[in-house]
Write a protein that binds this ligand. Structure first.
Ligand code: PSU
Ligand code: MN
Length: 305
């Protein structure tokens, strides 16, 4: 595929019909603090390999969108202060300027699909921000997912978003959302966001069946598998509600607006929980990677299990 570098191991696995899972890089360029970011990126790859799945971490190296970063490339991006956050619209600029960057859910899904990778694990999706009816701040993840036939495993959307509005937009965009063994939509740090889903899948085989049916119908949307954080790992739901409200109050008092809001809110929650929210973030991601690996194996034509 011109313009995109695909690692030999990933290309071979895709060609052989072996299971592959794509992983995003914004989580380690922008989402998590050092040195946790690099540890988490490496652990995800290792866990997939241990399950017989080829990891394909996606990122932009010297302007080149790359599916299947080497360990050295992951380390370089995780420790590069100049790494930018790359959504789909940023790919041409990053290419021309030869920038390094972490890819969002939108860019990772698109690049994974171009490389023939069918399953992608992330932490939380972007979505509709509070006040979006006047600010128009809706993540490009949503329109990208409407046009990219992959399976994306997440624990819902970023907790600071307007979750009800995001679910409405996913419906409008014809994007199937299924709960993984639940009909409660997860709330990232908590297992239940308070919103209901119409459908659950009972495990990896049923998730794979939904993806195959999507393909047979010729539909182009992603299938979103909403996978709640295990109950033992979640933030206390009552505390979570207070934390998010407190973070928004603090942002308003500090006059934070626009693109600075997300980092401000997440940082506030991190400090207010003494770092506990980071542990939950890691647990969320680990759990999503494991489920994505199971779905990739169920979908793989060469799968024996
Ligand atoms: N979830 C988080 N923190 C993040 C992201 C998700 O808890 O930083 C990243 C993901 O890469 C997602 C992106 O694709 O944010 C969406 O950003 P925006 O709202 O600017 O489109
Ligand atoms: Mn935005």
């Amino acid at each position: 595929m011109t313009g995109i570098a695909v690692a030999g191991e990933v290309r071979d696995a895709v060609g052989a019909g072996a299971p592959v899972v794509a992983l995003e890089s914004t989580i380690f360029t922008h989402g998590l603090p050092r040195p946790l970011d690099l540890e988490v990126a490496r652990e995800a790859e290792k866990a997939l390999r241990a399950d017989g799945v080829v990891p394909a971490t996606v990122g932009v190296v010297d302007g080149v969108p790359t599916v299947g970063l080497t360990d050295a490339q992951i380390e370089r991006l995780a420790t590069d202060d100049a790494a930018v956050k790359v959504s789909i619209r940023d790919l041409p600029v990053a290419a021309a300027k030869r920038l390094g960057g972490g890819t969002t859910v939108a860019a990772t899904s698109m690049l994974a699909h171009r490389a023939g990778v069918r399953v992608f694990a992330t932490g939380g999706l972007g979505g509709v921000h509070h006040g979006a009816s006047t600010t128009f701040d809706e993540s490009a993840d949503l329109v990208a997912l409407a046009a990219t036939p992959v399976v994306v495993v997440s624990a819902g959307v970023k907790s600071i978003l307007d979750i009800g509005a995001t679910l409405e937009r996913l419906e409008t965009l014809n994007i199937p959302v299924v709960g993984y063994r639940t009909t409660r939509y997860p709330g990232f740090y908590v297992a239940d966001s308070g919103h209901r889903l119409d459908h659950a899948v009972d495990g990896p085989d049923e998730a794979a069946a939904v993806a195959r049916a999507r393909d047979e119908l010729g539909l182009s949307s992603a299938v979103l598998v909403a996978n709640p954080v295990p109950a033992v790992d979640e933030l206390d739901p009552a505390e979570h509600g207070r934390l998010v409200a407190g973070a928004w109050d603090a942002a308003e008092r500090a006059g934070i607006v626009g693109h600075d809001i997300t980092p401000f809110l997440l940082d506030h929650i991190q400090r207010a929980t003494g770092g506990r929210s980071l542990e939950v973030n890691v647990a969320v991601y680990r759990n999503n990677v494991a489920v994505a690996g199971d779905i990739a194996r169920a979908l793989a034509p060469s799968a024996s299990a």
